[in-house]
Design a protein around this ligand. Structure first.
Ligand SMILES: [Zn+2]
Length: 94
């Protein structure tokens, strides 16, 4: 299995990461779905989740969607965390 972001042959997880930007009357959302490795997945999680956290709430529909997106991202995050960290030599238990 290779990562669909960086293309490396490393352990990947199938995740769905979502980002929402609320603009009062409109909204803009972005989805990343696919097999990604741990560093790519965590990087995407960080930027998409932070964007949603700060810009996601500005609208009626967005107010409902934002917590759903954030919870979905946390689920993806936990499966990314479960992947072996190839670049780190120390093994973390827990
Ligand atoms: Zn990658």
């Amino acid at each position: 299995m290779s990562c669909q972001v960086c293309g490396r042959q490393v352990p990947t997880a199938r995740v769905t990461l979502m980002q929402n930007i609320g603009m009062l009357v409109a909204r803009q959302s972005k989805t990343l779905q696919g097999d990604v490795c741990r560093p790519c997945g965590l990087r995407a999680f960080k930027s998409m989740t932070l964007t949603t956290l700060f810009l996601g709430w500005w609208g009626v529909i967005s107010l409902v969607l934002t917590p759903v997106f954030l919870i979905g991202n946390l689920v993806a995050w936990s499966s990314l965390r479960a992947l072996p960290a190839s670049d780190e030599s120390n093994i973390q238990s827990g």
